[in-house]
Design a protein around this ligand. Structure first.
Ligand code: ATP
Ligand code: ZN
Length: 309
Protein backbone atom coordinates (compact mmCIF):
# COMPACT_ATOMS: atom_id res chain seq x y z
CA UNK A 1 0.00 0.00 0.00
CA UNK A 2 2.70 2.44 1.01
CA UNK A 3 4.64 1.56 -2.14
CA UNK A 4 1.65 2.49 -4.30
CA UNK A 5 1.30 5.82 -2.51
CA UNK A 6 4.96 6.64 -2.87
CA UNK A 7 5.00 5.84 -6.56
CA UNK A 8 1.81 7.77 -7.27
CA UNK A 9 3.28 10.73 -5.43
CA UNK A 10 6.36 10.39 -7.59
CA UNK A 11 4.20 10.31 -10.69
CA UNK A 12 2.46 13.51 -9.50
CA UNK A 13 5.82 15.11 -8.84
CA UNK A 14 6.78 14.41 -12.43
CA UNK A 15 3.64 16.02 -13.80
CA UNK A 16 2.53 18.96 -11.67
CA UNK A 17 4.49 22.20 -11.73
CA UNK A 18 5.04 23.52 -8.25
CA UNK A 19 5.30 27.31 -7.90
CA UNK A 20 6.14 29.19 -4.69
CA UNK A 21 4.49 32.59 -4.30
CA UNK A 22 4.24 35.15 -1.51
CA UNK A 23 1.46 34.22 0.89
CA UNK A 24 0.53 37.73 1.86
CA UNK A 25 2.34 40.93 1.00
CA UNK A 26 3.16 43.37 -1.74
CA UNK A 27 3.58 40.75 -4.47
CA UNK A 28 0.53 38.65 -3.62
CA UNK A 29 -2.29 40.51 -5.38
CA UNK A 30 -0.37 41.04 -8.61
CA UNK A 31 0.80 37.42 -8.68
CA UNK A 32 -2.69 36.05 -8.11
CA UNK A 33 -4.20 38.43 -10.66
CA UNK A 34 -1.68 37.21 -13.22
CA UNK A 35 -2.46 33.56 -12.43
CA UNK A 36 -6.18 34.19 -12.82
CA UNK A 37 -5.63 36.01 -16.11
CA UNK A 38 -3.53 33.04 -17.29
CA UNK A 39 -6.54 30.80 -16.67
CA UNK A 40 -5.50 29.14 -13.41
CA UNK A 41 -8.36 28.34 -11.04
CA UNK A 42 -7.68 27.66 -7.38
CA UNK A 43 -10.40 26.57 -5.02
CA UNK A 44 -8.51 26.74 -1.77
CA UNK A 45 -8.46 29.92 0.30
CA UNK A 46 -5.28 31.91 0.94
CA UNK A 47 -4.86 30.13 4.29
CA UNK A 48 -3.84 26.89 2.60
CA UNK A 49 -0.11 26.38 2.26
CA UNK A 50 -0.62 24.30 -0.87
CA UNK A 51 -3.28 24.95 -3.51
CA UNK A 52 -3.98 22.78 -6.55
CA UNK A 53 -5.14 24.32 -9.80
CA UNK A 54 -8.38 22.62 -10.81
CA UNK A 55 -7.87 22.90 -14.51
CA UNK A 56 -4.10 22.69 -15.07
CA UNK A 57 -1.27 20.55 -13.64
CA UNK A 58 -0.01 23.35 -11.40
CA UNK A 59 0.27 23.59 -7.60
CA UNK A 60 1.10 26.74 -5.71
CA UNK A 61 2.88 26.96 -2.40
CA UNK A 62 2.12 30.08 -0.35
CA UNK A 63 5.08 31.13 1.77
CA UNK A 64 6.96 34.19 3.05
CA UNK A 65 8.82 35.88 0.23
CA UNK A 66 12.16 35.37 2.00
CA UNK A 67 11.72 31.59 1.73
CA UNK A 68 11.07 31.55 -2.02
CA UNK A 69 14.67 31.69 -3.37
CA UNK A 70 15.79 28.89 -1.02
CA UNK A 71 12.85 26.67 -1.99
CA UNK A 72 13.86 27.00 -5.66
CA UNK A 73 17.61 26.64 -5.00
CA UNK A 74 16.99 23.53 -2.86
CA UNK A 75 14.73 22.07 -5.59
CA UNK A 76 11.73 21.86 -3.26
CA UNK A 77 9.66 23.72 -5.87
CA UNK A 78 10.13 24.12 -9.62
CA UNK A 79 9.40 27.84 -9.82
CA UNK A 80 9.04 30.92 -7.68
CA UNK A 81 7.93 34.53 -8.07
CA UNK A 82 9.95 36.89 -5.90
CA UNK A 83 11.56 40.33 -5.83
CA UNK A 84 15.08 40.56 -7.28
CA UNK A 85 16.14 42.27 -4.04
CA UNK A 86 15.21 39.23 -1.94
CA UNK A 87 16.58 36.85 -4.56
CA UNK A 88 20.04 38.44 -4.76
CA UNK A 89 20.29 39.02 -1.03
CA UNK A 90 19.39 35.40 -0.29
CA UNK A 91 21.79 34.08 -2.93
CA UNK A 92 24.68 36.02 -1.37
CA UNK A 93 23.73 34.86 2.13
CA UNK A 94 23.51 31.22 1.00
CA UNK A 95 26.85 31.49 -0.77
CA UNK A 96 28.45 32.46 2.56
CA UNK A 97 26.58 29.62 4.30
CA UNK A 98 27.82 27.10 1.73
CA UNK A 99 24.31 26.30 0.46
CA UNK A 100 23.22 25.81 -3.17
CA UNK A 101 22.60 29.10 -4.98
CA UNK A 102 21.65 27.95 -8.49
CA UNK A 103 18.54 29.17 -10.27
CA UNK A 104 17.45 30.35 -13.72
CA UNK A 105 15.66 33.62 -14.31
CA UNK A 106 12.74 32.77 -16.59
CA UNK A 107 11.21 36.23 -16.96
CA UNK A 108 10.98 39.67 -15.42
CA UNK A 109 7.45 40.56 -14.33
CA UNK A 110 5.68 43.90 -14.76
CA UNK A 111 5.07 44.37 -11.03
CA UNK A 112 6.95 44.54 -7.70
CA UNK A 113 8.93 47.62 -8.71
CA UNK A 114 10.84 49.20 -5.87
CA UNK A 115 14.29 50.50 -5.05
CA UNK A 116 16.74 49.96 -2.25
CA UNK A 117 17.95 53.36 -1.12
CA UNK A 118 20.11 54.98 1.50
CA UNK A 119 18.28 57.54 3.62
CA UNK A 120 19.65 59.87 6.28
CA UNK A 121 18.02 62.29 8.74
CA UNK A 122 16.50 65.20 6.75
CA UNK A 123 18.72 67.79 8.41
CA UNK A 124 21.99 65.97 7.53
CA UNK A 125 24.24 67.20 4.73
CA UNK A 126 24.84 64.75 1.92
CA UNK A 127 27.70 64.66 -0.57
CA UNK A 128 27.73 60.99 -1.55
CA UNK A 129 28.16 57.44 -0.27
CA UNK A 130 31.57 58.34 1.18
CA UNK A 131 29.65 60.27 3.87
CA UNK A 132 28.74 56.86 5.33
CA UNK A 133 32.35 56.22 6.38
CA UNK A 134 32.39 55.04 9.99
CA UNK A 135 28.59 55.25 10.27
CA UNK A 136 26.04 52.75 11.56
CA UNK A 137 23.55 51.76 8.85
CA UNK A 138 20.33 49.87 9.61
CA UNK A 139 19.15 47.50 6.88
CA UNK A 140 17.36 44.26 6.06
CA UNK A 141 19.73 43.80 3.09
CA UNK A 142 23.28 43.63 4.50
CA UNK A 143 24.71 41.83 1.47
CA UNK A 144 23.30 44.17 -1.19
CA UNK A 145 24.47 47.12 0.92
CA UNK A 146 27.92 45.64 1.35
CA UNK A 147 28.31 44.99 -2.37
CA UNK A 148 27.76 48.68 -3.10
CA UNK A 149 29.76 50.17 -0.22
CA UNK A 150 32.66 47.79 -0.68
CA UNK A 151 32.97 48.91 -4.29
CA UNK A 152 33.17 52.50 -2.98
CA UNK A 153 35.72 51.58 -0.32
CA UNK A 154 33.45 52.77 2.50
CA UNK A 155 33.86 51.26 5.98
CA UNK A 156 30.67 51.18 8.03
CA UNK A 157 28.79 49.08 10.56
CA UNK A 158 25.61 47.28 9.51
CA UNK A 159 22.74 47.02 11.99
CA UNK A 160 20.52 44.22 10.74
CA UNK A 161 16.80 44.72 11.33
CA UNK A 162 14.04 42.67 9.73
CA UNK A 163 11.41 45.37 10.16
CA UNK A 164 10.91 48.98 11.28
CA UNK A 165 14.22 49.94 9.68
CA UNK A 166 13.00 53.49 9.16
CA UNK A 167 12.69 54.21 12.90
CA UNK A 168 16.28 53.14 13.65
CA UNK A 169 17.89 56.61 13.34
CA UNK A 170 15.29 58.27 15.60
CA UNK A 171 15.66 55.45 18.10
CA UNK A 172 19.39 56.06 18.16
CA UNK A 173 20.19 52.63 16.71
CA UNK A 174 21.79 53.90 13.50
CA UNK A 175 22.97 57.03 11.67
CA UNK A 176 21.44 56.07 8.34
CA UNK A 177 19.29 53.36 6.81
CA UNK A 178 19.28 51.34 3.61
CA UNK A 179 15.71 50.28 2.93
CA UNK A 180 13.15 49.56 0.21
CA UNK A 181 11.38 52.63 -1.05
CA UNK A 182 8.42 53.07 -3.33
CA UNK A 183 6.93 56.51 -2.77
CA UNK A 184 9.22 57.89 -0.09
CA UNK A 185 6.25 58.84 2.13
CA UNK A 186 7.34 56.49 4.92
CA UNK A 187 10.81 58.03 4.94
CA UNK A 188 9.42 61.54 5.15
CA UNK A 189 7.12 60.75 8.03
CA UNK A 190 10.14 59.40 9.90
CA UNK A 191 12.21 62.53 9.37
CA UNK A 192 14.45 60.93 6.72
CA UNK A 193 15.44 61.87 3.18
CA UNK A 194 16.36 59.49 0.40
CA UNK A 195 19.87 60.31 -0.80
CA UNK A 196 21.09 57.44 -2.98
CA UNK A 197 19.56 54.44 -4.74
CA UNK A 198 21.79 51.40 -4.45
CA UNK A 199 19.61 48.80 -6.20
CA UNK A 200 16.45 48.74 -8.33
CA UNK A 201 14.22 45.71 -8.25
CA UNK A 202 11.27 44.06 -9.98
CA UNK A 203 9.49 40.79 -9.36
CA UNK A 204 10.93 37.85 -11.33
CA UNK A 205 9.87 34.32 -12.20
CA UNK A 206 12.71 31.93 -11.45
CA UNK A 207 13.09 28.20 -11.94
CA UNK A 208 15.38 25.56 -10.51
CA UNK A 209 18.69 25.19 -12.30
CA UNK A 210 17.97 21.60 -13.35
CA UNK A 211 16.03 20.40 -16.37
CA UNK A 212 12.34 19.87 -15.60
CA UNK A 213 10.48 16.69 -16.50
CA UNK A 214 9.25 17.12 -20.10
CA UNK A 215 5.57 17.42 -19.10
CA UNK A 216 6.46 20.13 -16.62
CA UNK A 217 8.63 21.95 -19.13
CA UNK A 218 5.75 21.94 -21.61
CA UNK A 219 3.44 23.39 -18.96
CA UNK A 220 6.04 26.02 -18.09
CA UNK A 221 6.38 27.01 -21.76
CA UNK A 222 2.61 27.48 -21.99
CA UNK A 223 2.54 29.46 -18.77
CA UNK A 224 5.36 31.77 -19.84
CA UNK A 225 3.68 32.38 -23.18
CA UNK A 226 0.44 33.28 -21.39
CA UNK A 227 2.22 35.53 -18.88
CA UNK A 228 3.98 37.34 -21.72
CA UNK A 229 0.68 37.70 -23.55
CA UNK A 230 -0.99 39.19 -20.49
CA UNK A 231 1.89 41.57 -19.85
CA UNK A 232 2.05 42.68 -23.48
CA UNK A 233 -1.70 43.23 -23.50
CA UNK A 234 -1.52 45.33 -20.33
CA UNK A 235 0.75 47.78 -22.16
CA UNK A 236 -1.06 47.69 -25.46
CA UNK A 237 -4.14 49.39 -26.78
CA UNK A 238 -6.34 48.88 -29.82
CA UNK A 239 -6.81 52.20 -31.61
CA UNK A 240 -9.52 52.93 -34.13
CA UNK A 241 -10.13 56.16 -36.03
CA UNK A 242 -11.31 57.65 -39.27
CA UNK A 243 -8.56 59.53 -41.06
CA UNK A 244 -7.83 61.41 -44.27
CA UNK A 245 -6.08 59.13 -46.76
CA UNK A 246 -3.54 61.84 -47.55
CA UNK A 247 -2.26 62.00 -43.93
CA UNK A 248 -1.88 58.25 -43.26
CA UNK A 249 1.91 58.31 -43.31
CA UNK A 250 2.08 61.16 -40.78
CA UNK A 251 -0.47 59.44 -38.56
CA UNK A 252 1.51 56.21 -38.54
CA UNK A 253 4.63 58.10 -37.50
CA UNK A 254 3.11 59.49 -34.33
CA UNK A 255 1.56 56.22 -33.13
CA UNK A 256 4.13 54.55 -30.91
CA UNK A 257 4.79 50.86 -31.48
CA UNK A 258 1.96 50.55 -34.00
CA UNK A 259 2.74 48.00 -36.69
CA UNK A 260 0.81 47.14 -39.84
CA UNK A 261 -2.44 49.04 -39.41
CA UNK A 262 -5.58 47.77 -41.13
CA UNK A 263 -6.94 50.33 -43.54
CA UNK A 264 -10.63 49.95 -44.32
CA UNK A 265 -12.51 51.85 -47.04
CA UNK A 266 -15.35 54.09 -45.88
CA UNK A 267 -18.49 53.70 -47.91
CA UNK A 268 -19.25 56.84 -49.92
CA UNK A 269 -16.15 58.71 -48.73
CA UNK A 270 -13.20 58.21 -51.09
CA UNK A 271 -10.89 60.65 -49.24
CA UNK A 272 -11.15 59.07 -45.83
CA UNK A 273 -10.50 55.59 -44.43
CA UNK A 274 -10.94 53.75 -41.15
CA UNK A 275 -7.65 52.79 -39.53
CA UNK A 276 -7.34 50.05 -36.90
CA UNK A 277 -4.06 49.48 -35.17
CA UNK A 278 -2.54 47.82 -32.11
CA UNK A 279 -0.18 50.10 -30.24
CA UNK A 280 2.32 48.30 -28.02
CA UNK A 281 2.99 51.32 -25.92
CA UNK A 282 0.97 53.56 -23.66
CA UNK A 283 -1.23 55.97 -25.59
CA UNK A 284 -1.19 59.47 -24.15
CA UNK A 285 -3.73 62.27 -24.55
CA UNK A 286 -1.08 64.29 -26.36
CA UNK A 287 -0.92 61.63 -29.08
CA UNK A 288 -4.69 61.72 -29.54
CA UNK A 289 -4.62 65.50 -29.78
CA UNK A 290 -1.94 65.29 -32.48
CA UNK A 291 -4.05 62.73 -34.36
CA UNK A 292 -6.98 65.09 -34.26
CA UNK A 293 -4.84 67.90 -35.65
CA UNK A 294 -3.93 65.63 -38.58
CA UNK A 295 -7.63 65.27 -39.34
CA UNK A 296 -8.49 62.03 -37.52
CA UNK A 297 -12.02 61.76 -36.13
CA UNK A 298 -13.97 59.21 -34.03
CA UNK A 299 -10.78 58.15 -32.28
CA UNK A 300 -11.28 55.18 -29.97
CA UNK A 301 -8.64 53.66 -27.68
CA UNK A 302 -9.70 50.34 -26.18
CA UNK A 303 -7.89 48.01 -23.77
CA UNK A 304 -6.73 44.60 -24.91
CA UNK A 305 -7.38 41.65 -22.63
CA UNK A 306 -5.21 38.94 -24.15
CA UNK A 307 -2.57 38.87 -26.87
CA UNK A 308 -0.89 35.96 -28.64
CA UNK A 309 1.67 36.56 -31.38
P1 ATP B 1 6.77 38.47 3.98
O1 ATP B 1 5.79 38.44 5.09
O2 ATP B 1 6.33 37.60 2.83
O3 ATP B 1 8.19 38.21 4.41
P2 ATP B 1 7.65 41.20 3.57
O4 ATP B 1 7.02 42.10 4.58
O5 ATP B 1 9.05 40.79 3.71
O6 ATP B 1 6.69 39.95 3.37
P3 ATP B 1 6.60 42.88 1.44
O7 ATP B 1 6.62 44.21 2.11
O8 ATP B 1 5.29 42.25 1.20
O9 ATP B 1 7.59 41.85 2.14
O10 ATP B 1 7.37 43.07 0.05
C1 ATP B 1 7.63 41.98 -0.77
C2 ATP B 1 8.45 42.45 -1.94
O11 ATP B 1 7.67 43.32 -2.73
C3 ATP B 1 9.68 43.24 -1.62
O12 ATP B 1 10.79 42.43 -1.30
C4 ATP B 1 9.91 43.99 -2.92
O13 ATP B 1 10.58 43.16 -3.85
C5 ATP B 1 8.52 44.21 -3.44
N1 ATP B 1 7.96 45.59 -3.29
C6 ATP B 1 7.20 46.17 -4.21
N2 ATP B 1 6.78 47.37 -3.85
C7 ATP B 1 7.29 47.63 -2.67
C8 ATP B 1 7.22 48.73 -1.79
N3 ATP B 1 6.50 49.82 -2.06
N4 ATP B 1 7.88 48.65 -0.64
C9 ATP B 1 8.55 47.54 -0.33
N5 ATP B 1 8.65 46.46 -1.15
C10 ATP B 1 8.04 46.49 -2.31
ZN1 ZN C 1 9.88 39.06 3.62
Amino acid sequence: MSITTASSEQAMEKKRLRIAIQKSGRLTDDTEKLFRAAGLKFNESRDHLLAHAENLPIDILRVRDDDIPGLVMDHVVDLGIVGQNVLEETAMQREVDGMPTGYTQVMIMNFGDCRLSVAVPSEDDWHGLKDLEGKKIATTYPFLLRRVLKAQGVNYKAVILNGSVEVAPRAGLADAICDLVCTGATLQSNGLKEVETVYTSKAVLISRDQPLYPEKQRMLDILVQRFKGIMAAAESKYIMMNAPKARLEEIRKILPGAENPSIIALDGNPDRVAMHVVSREKVFWETLEQLKKLGATSILVVPIEKMLD
